[in-house]
Design a protein around this ligand. Sequence first.
Ligand code: SF4
Ligand code: SF4
Length: 223
Amino acid sequence: MVVAESKPVTEILDMIKECKKVVVAGCKGCVTVCNSGGEKEVGILASELRLARKVAGDDLEVLEYTCERQCDPEYIEPLDDLVKDVDAVVSIACSVGPQYIAARYPFLPVFPGLNTVFIGGAAEHGVWKEYCQACGHCIIGDFGGLCPVTRCAKSLMNGPCGGSSGGKCEVGKGTIDCIWHLIYERLKNLGQLSRLENPWGFKNWSTSRDGGPRTMIREELRK
Ligand code: SF4
Ligand code: SF4
């Protein structure tokens, strides 16, 4: 899932300081799962904004709505009535959401209430870790199902580097596993250490985002 975290309320208050009425828009997708932008967080942020502005003697009206998904234009539509007389939308979806809202309402300011952090998963309650950089050509099958692109600090395709010590990466002061240590252990468990006998070769980066924003087209779905 896309993992995102809340911006400090002070930062959001500063973004909307000229506004008298806003909509806080959440999303029932990834940001609900990672507890940063679902219905509950919409209610909490709306209350925090109202309270802070009340204390400042400058009341703010805050409407609340949580879309099914903000990364799908048809689910933005229900905001049409709500945004008619507001000064701005604060989106607490991943950063796709505010951009879709901006596209639908060309004359309405939109502000992000979250920082989108990475593609990852839950490690334990309240802890999420990054697992994928969406390089567009997944090669983890060659590495026991583990991703050196994302989980090696240097994205080495032939590791480990000289900074690997005791199974830990030199980056992170001993707090981050060296993925190349884990790849070695995993391939050993699978009886596939022979995969490491020859240099892996070159990764095809033409599918990654260095050429600008990417588009994926599935013709069979467009018909
Ligand atoms: S190889 Fe690419 S697509 Fe696969 S997990 Fe790593 S970054 Fe993601
Ligand atoms: S110590 Fe391991 S994870 Fe860290 S940069 Fe070197 S090979 Fe990559």
